[in-house]
Design a protein. Sequence first.
Length: 84
Amino acid sequence: LPSDVFFVSEATFVPKEGSAEEAEDSGYLSLFTSEVDGSGEHRGSSVMFFDAASLAQGPVSTIKLPSKLPYGLHSTFVPWDQLD
């Protein structure tokens, strides 16, 4: 593998608080990444957030995770007030 390869999960849409439901780009796309080096060694995982209205600008936030995540991890977004 070439150096600095990222395996990326499917993107999850996270709506901006208070946005209209019909505004499908009024939110963020979150995705998990796993970085591997040239030998295939897993170097770490992150979660990245992209503004859905301007993906070409790159991530608006990247958070390094304390643990390595498995490849192909799935996710979903549930608003805090619905976690009963």
